[in-house]
Design a protein around this ligand. Structure first.
Ligand code: S3P
Length: 446
């Protein structure tokens, strides 16, 4: 999504407590996978609660361009008529994955073992992100990739006709790389094996099983070894997408920080590989209660109730990073209001997200009067224990989570905080501004 014009927004100190319900949209990771796996299955997959953010719409568009029929009913249920494994057809044009690293990298996995030619690009943010982490392992299937310098998009791919299965140890903790390798394995004979040094979100493994594939998972230290039996017959399966915990993080932290607030966020996904932020906030003394813990569509789900209260600083260990990788910008905002100094360790991967999130998060805080330091791969936030000065303009670098974190910060600073472009919030949480204003925030276009 390259914007014609930036959409600056300003967030002002909440005059009254935030209260009510915030229904967050469907999980982004699960939404991408539901569309992709539906396109590779035989039969019609029905998806309830799909995120209709820009990132996921890009995946829907790509699956259509590859021959699957993807439609949305008036009641919001999505239907995917799949082509079967190996059944995708050559796209007539360039596949534009917009801002979405997940869409681009998982699709590279699928295309690596389809004997067709495709070209993929994205917006300026995605075109700056590293793709070699997928193209290098995927080339061992027999697929051929040509990329721009530095392994960047646009890239061209010629999928393997007689693909080889991969046996790969993922060098960085990345669910995207793991998933790309597993997806390539769907159309390769024999066993695909992936070893990850630290466990990352396992939505691909869970959903592949749900569609009928044989997947085994063994724990190995902090990590896991995953095997997939190639060339299964994937059968269409209905998917219920839980609320995205990474989106819930923003109203939840807003409720913790704005005095007197209490917000309920229903039906949030609580997959244990996604809940590192909740663990950390509870360690900080946050008042978060999970109600109605249940299983929906094979994923644990609960209603979160978050209430305002004082927070204390914590030391966040590096091994927690994979389970809260997208939550550091909003955790840093919580840390800015806490008593004491918070250290978040081992954030190397943040440098290759939609923006360099380590630098962008530090800048977000420092321009608003919070003292921060980056030491190696650690982020250190000196909590003010009260309202930071604010008054700064945050450069969001085409990054939805930097924009939302900035707007939450502005609810509790002395002077308003401006996000230079709130447009990218559309990628993951299209109604963020409306929902936040509906529970008492004052976010306004500048
Ligand atoms: C995702 C994995 C994470 C995360 C991204 C979504 C996924 O990326 O940051 O927002 O759906 O697999 P990495 O796997 O590269 O860490």
């Amino acid at each position: 999504m390259d914007h014609a014009a930036a959409r600056p927004y300003r967030s002002s100190r909440a005059a009254a407590p935030l209260s009510g319900h915030v229904a967050v949209p469907g999980d982004k990771s699960i939404s991408h996978r539901a569309l992709m796996f539906g396109a590779l299955a035989i039969g019609e997959t029905r998806i309830t609660g799909l995120l209709t953010g820009e990132d996921v719409l890009r995946t829907a568009g790509a699956m259509r361009a590859l021959g699957a029929e993807v439609t949305r009913d008036p009641d919001g249920i999505w239907r995917v008529a799949g082509r079967g494994i190996g059944g995708l057809t050559e796209p007539a044009d360039v596949l534009d994955m917009g801002n979405s690293g997940t869409a681009a990298r998982l699709l590279c996995g699928i295309l690596a073992t389809h004997p067709l030619f495709a070209v993929m690009t994205g917006d300026a943010s995605l075109r700056s992100r590293p793709m070699r982490r997928v193209t290098e392992p995927l080339a061992a299937t027999g697929a051929r990739f040509a990329t721009r310098a530095g392994g960047r998009l646009p890239l061209a791919i010629e999928g393997a006709a007689d693909a080889l299965p991969l046996d790969y140890r993922v060098p960085v903790p990345s669910a995207q790389v793991k998933s790309a390798v597993l997806l390539a394995g769907l159309n390769a004979p024999g066993i695909t094996r992936v070893e990850e040094p630290e466990a990352t979100r396992d939505h691909s493994e869970n959903m592949l099983r749900h569609f009928g594939a044989t997947v085994t998972v063994e724990t190995a230290g902090h990590g896991r070894i995953i095997t997939l039996v190639g060339q299964p017959e994937l059968r269409a399966a209905d998917v219920v997408v839980p609320g995205d915990p990474s989106s819930a993080a923003f109203p939840m932290v807003a409720a913790l920080l704005v005095p007197g607030s209490r917000l309920t966020i229903p039906a949030v996904g609580l997959n244990p590989l996604r809940t590192g932020l909740f663990t950390t906030l509870l360690e900080m003394g946050a008042d978060i209660v999970v109600q109605n813990h249940r299983l929906e569509g094979g994923e644990p789900v609960g209603d979160l109730v978050a209430s305002h209260g004082a927070l204390r600083a914590v030391d966040v260990p590096p091994e927690r990073a994979p389970s809260m990788i997208d939550e550091y910008p909003i955790l840093a905002v919580a840390a800015a209001l806490a008593n004491g100094t918070t250290r978040m360790r081992g954030l190397k991967e943040l440098r290759v997200k939609e923006s360099d999130r380590l630098a962008a998060t530090a800048a977000l805080l420092s321009v608003n009067g919070v003292k921060v330091e980056i030491e190696g791969d650690d982020l250190i936030v000196h909590g003010t224990g009260g309202a930071p000065a604010g008054g700064g303009t945050v450069v969001t670098h085409m990054d939805h989570r930097i924009a939302m974190a900035a707007l939450v910060l502005g609810l509790v600073t002395q002077a308003p905080v401006t996000a230079d472009d709130a447009g990218f919030i559309e990628t993951s949480f299209p109604d963020f501004i409306g929902l936040m204003n509906g529970v008492g925030a004052s976010l306004a276009a500048v």
